[in-house]
Design a protein around this ligand. Structure first.
Ligand code: FRU
Length: 458
């Protein structure tokens, strides 16, 4: 099995072993750190460590040695990093073989390469076996650090405050909102810029299992945070993504504009996606780093808009063909496929990425009902019931007749940004053979005002 045919160029993936949640996202002395949950021994979940990579542009990543280790009685689960007294400090969960989960602190004196456990650990222990994923950030108005952490099985996000990252006092609980699933995990509370001015607080909560589209997913609530309590504008759940592969989103704790990375997979099949069966196997990738803002809508209040960070890549136009088809260069190159389209009511635009194996990835927009969709069900590199069962779909309530669709295909993943980044689908995709053709079809009537197909390289 030639697994490197599926290794993405622009999406971070581990050299070998298993990867899940991004952790400890922080910028320090010009380096963007990406720690992540990993199993360094095998491409399946287990033996959790914090593996590590750094980047100066959020695109080219340099892998570094393991930063936080499994001991014989416990593993470092998800958590975050902040800069404090000019050092990098990790605040993370230790999950013990006995079941207990506590919040721990570790300090780095070598630019995040290695960490020393704080001797007084744990810094929070409530005797729970369902208490994890602390996200810590500095809150300027109250002059202290805040932590959001999940009481996973109770479906609560608990907030704590601390002046020194060691002594924490409970502030409030935010419970039982939106889709609850089995577990709340990986909360993130951030202040996002609003189009039109100002900022609002947004609380992201990941849930697993029990996502509406199956398995794991991330939802968010827009509201206010007064330093103690998070109050949502309303309790309507809003999805971060309409695909199945965007989980455990985490923001850089000290980067503006707000920038985040998520795990581009789903607990329903992350241990089964194609890889080499020997020790060289790897599984897992991250989403493209994205910046986030809020935009007002008529029916839905403020909703998220996302922009992928691809400023540092080279683009080369794929010109062989016309507005209805482009012949792709050999070699399964990463692609950017963007178009603007004006449709007559009742018409739709459909795009197909096809290989010579009678397989295709399909996406499109239907101006009849405002439906956007991505369907990977007709690709043939990985057949698993949860992987191919559903068409990912979202609705634009105004069912606009003009839309922008911008897709990034990177060998075994696909990210679609539609309607100014307000609808995003992140999806793994496994072709049996390399895609060779892009087809663009208008069913009904409409004009493609701009079709851009580029290969991307570093
Ligand atoms: C989310 C999660 C976290 C936990 C980590 C363990 O994907 O289950 O709740 O800290 O993964 O690897």
């Amino acid at each position: 099995l030639n697994q490197d045919r599926w290794r993405p160029y622009f999406h971070y993936s581990p050299h070998y072993g298993f990867m899940n949640d991004p952790n400890g996202l922080v910028e320090y002395k010009g380096e963007y750190h990406l720690y992540y949950q990993c199993n360094p021994y095998a491409p399946i979940v287990g033996h959790v460590h914090w593996c590590h990579a750094v980047s100066r542009d959020l695109i080219r990543w340099e892998p570094l040695p393991i930063a936080l280790f499994e001991y014989n009685n416990s593993m470092p689960f998800s958590g975050s990093c902040v800069v404090y007294n000019d050092s990098l400090v990790a605040i993370y969960t230790r999950s013990y073989d006995t079941g207990t989960q506590t919040q721990n602190v570790a300090i780095s004196h070598d630019n995040g390469r290695t960490f020393a456990e704080y001797p007084g650990n744990p810094v929070i222990d409530i005797g729970s076996s369902s208490f994890r994923d602390p996200q810590v950030f500095y809150h300027i108005p109250t002059g202290e650090f805040k932590m959001a952490v999940a009481l996973a099985g109770e479906h609560c996000i608990r907030f704590y405050g601390s002046a020194d990252l060691i002594h924490w006092r409970k502030l409030s609980d935010f419970c039982k909102a939106g889709n609850q699933g089995i577990n709340y995990e990986c909360p993130n509370l951030v202040r996002l810029p609003t189009e039109g001015g100002g900022r609002k607080w947004v609380l992201f909560i990941s849930i697993n299992p029990g996502a509406p589209q199956g398995g794991s997913t991330t939802q968010y609530f827009v509201g206010d945070f007064d330093g103690t309590t998070f109050t949502p504008d309303d309790y309507a759940t809003k999805p971060l993504d309409f695909g199945k592969d965007n989980y455990a989103l985490q923001f850089y704790s000290n980067v503006d504009p707000p920038t985040a990375i998520a795990w581009l997979s789903n607990w329903q099949y992350c241990n089964e996606t194609p890889t080499a069966t020997d020790d060289s196997g790897w599984r897992g990738m991250m989403t493209l780093p994205r910046t986030f803002r809020l935009v007002p809508t008529a029916d839905n209040g403020l909703i998220l808009a996302q922009t992928p960070l691809l400023n540092h890549v080279q683009r080369a136009a794929v010109e062989h063909g016309d507005n209805s088809r482009r012949v792709l260069p050999k070699g399964n190159k990463p692609l950017e496929i963007c178009l603007n389209v004006n449709l007559k009511r009742g018409s739709r635009v459909v795009l197909y990425l096809q290989s010579a194996f009678d397989e295709q990835l399909e996406w499109g927009y239907d101006a009849n009902n405002g439906q956007l969709w991505v369907d990977r069900g007709k690709t043939k590199g990985f057949r698993q019931r949860f992987f191919t069962d559903k068409v990912s779909a979202a609705v634009i309530p105004e069912s606009t007749t003009s839309i922008d669709l911008c897709a990034f295909y990177d060998r075994s993943c696909f990210e679609l940004y539609a309607s100014n980044g307000t609808r995003v689908c992140s999806s793994l995709v496994f072709f049996k053979l390399d895609p060779v053709l892009l087809q663009v079809e208008i069913v009904g009537e409409g004009d493609i005002t701009n079709l851009t197909v580029n290969t991307l390289s570093l």
